[in-house]
Structures are given as C-alpha cells and as structure tokens.
Write a protein that binds this ligand. Structure first.
Ligand SMILES: [Zn+2]
Length: 257
C-alpha cells in the first residue's frame, strides 16, 4: 500500500500536507557496540508534560547509552510505567502529538504527510481500520496550521489576514483524521535476520548486502496489515486491499509485492 504518484513535490504537499512530531528521544551513541543510531518509531503515547519544555526531548543528537537509559527511566517514572531498557522506549522514538499543517483543507480518504505513518479519514477509520486494532494503533492528528494567507482554501471570513485565525481556528475547520501506526510485522526477510544484537542498547546489526527486501509467503504471520520487517513498507493482504478499494478510498495505491 502506498501513495499514488504525484506530478510534482508541490502537488504532493498540497494534497497530503505535513505531519510533524516535536517531542522525541534522541539517538544513541553506544559504547558497547559502537553504533550511533536513532530509529523513527512513532509512539501512540502523548509526551508527558514534564518533558514538553525540555530541550533534551526535542533533539535527535545522540547521547551515550547511560544517558539514554536514564532518560527512558525518567519518562517511565512520569508515566508511572514499567520500563525495560531499550525495549519500552528506543532511540529516536517520537511522542504524540502529531501536528498537521496543510495549505488546503484535506479532502481525501488517505493522506501521506510523513514517511513513517499514513493518515485516514473518519470514514476510512470506521469502515476499515477500527477492526484492525491490534495490528495497528489509531491516534488522531492535531491540526495546527491549515490554509495559507491569501489562499483560497479558507472561507473568506476566516482568512481575514489575522494570523491568530490561522493558528487557533483549524481544529474546527477540518474533519477528524487519524494516524494509522502499523504494529505488526512480517518475519525477517531472506538474509535479513540480524547478525548481532547489542546486549546493552539492543541494536540489531544487519548484513545489507545479503538482505533481500522482498516479501515471500513464508514470512507472513497471518495479519491483514503489517510492515515488511526492517523496513517502512506497509503490506496488506489482497482481501484488505479490495475492501479499501471497494469503499472508494481516494489517494491510495496498491502495488503487488
Ligand atoms: Zn549498543
């Protein structure tokens, strides 16, 4: 499942808008395995208020494995949650909210505003995705800036040249939209199992030359929607693709794998 091809980047941006995550864990520079990395997972969890003014939780710049583990424990304590080091939270994890900006009021069933998640309309959520919870998590986006000054997207009364209208009004201006965070995954692709896992930061090292990023039947774990493991490719079964197409979904494309 993927976005359709667009004529240009500006057309892409006009249709899909942009989704931005502000609060995150930094990357890690691990002294045990010498890897420096940060992933791009999106948590369904809202950033706890205690970290929202803390610059340590806005930067991707890597910190040491000790410092990172301490930050994970700190967040877990704010949430009153258990925390397994480098499992509950991983380097590069993004918190909610996801701020949505767009030049125009979105009007398609699917939006592709970010390589790490896709977004669906209320209608698509109800018809297709609500029953996939478990394989996916569903989290509302937070509209931030919709429409552009002097643009034609907003009703004239709201586009009056007062910036506060642009900033404060959007939540009432667009239909609800939801991030679909795909949680299930296939087995490792052929040649794609990790060649080592760091005992401290759990970093998986791969042999990229051997890894074939191709979905084979035996990698399937029976879920209707899943990620091709070690990638961001979203794969759906033929039955699910048909259901989405039959619902008349707009701004989505399917390519055989
Ligand atoms: Zn490590």
């Amino acid at each position: 499942m993927q976005p359709p091809e667009y004529g240009s980047d500006s057309q892409n941006l006009a249709i899909n808008g942009n989704l931005e995550y502000v609060y995150r864990f930094p990357g890690v520079s691990c002294n045990a395995c010498n890897a420096t990395y940060g992933g791009s997972r999106i948590l369904a969890l809202e950033a706890p208020p205690q970290i929202q003014n803390d610059p340590r939780f806005r930067s991707r710049w890597p910190v040491s494995e000790q410092e990172h583990a301490a930050m994970q424990q700190e967040v877990a304590s704010y949430l009153d949650a258990d925390c397994a080091a480098f499992e509950t939270f991983k380097p590069g994890d993004n918190f909610q909210p996801a701020y949505y900006d767009s030049q125009a009021v979105p009007n398609t069933d699917f939006l592709w505003p970010n390589i790490r998640s896709f977004v669906v309309s209320e209608r698509m959520k109800r018809i297709v995705f609500d029953e996939l919870v478990g394989d996916v998590e569903i989290v509302p986006i937070r509209p931030r800036k919709i429409g552009k000054r002097n643009g034609t997207a907003l009703p004239a009364a709201l586009d009056s040249g007062h910036p506060e209208n642009e900033i404060h009004a959007p939540e009432t201006l667009i239909e609800p939209y939801y991030q679909i965070l795909v949680r299930s995954a296939s087995d490792y692709p052929k040649g794609g199992a990790p060649i080592s896992v760091c005992p401290v930061c759990k970093h998986e090292a791969f042999n990229d030359e051997k890894r074939e990023l191709v979905m084979h039947e035996e990698m399937w774990r029976g879920q209707p929607i899943f990620l091709l493991r070690t990638t961001l490719y979203v794969i759906v079964t033929e039955a699910l693709a048909e259901k989405i197409q039959k619902a008349g979904a707009t701004n989505v494309d399917f390519a055989p794998v």
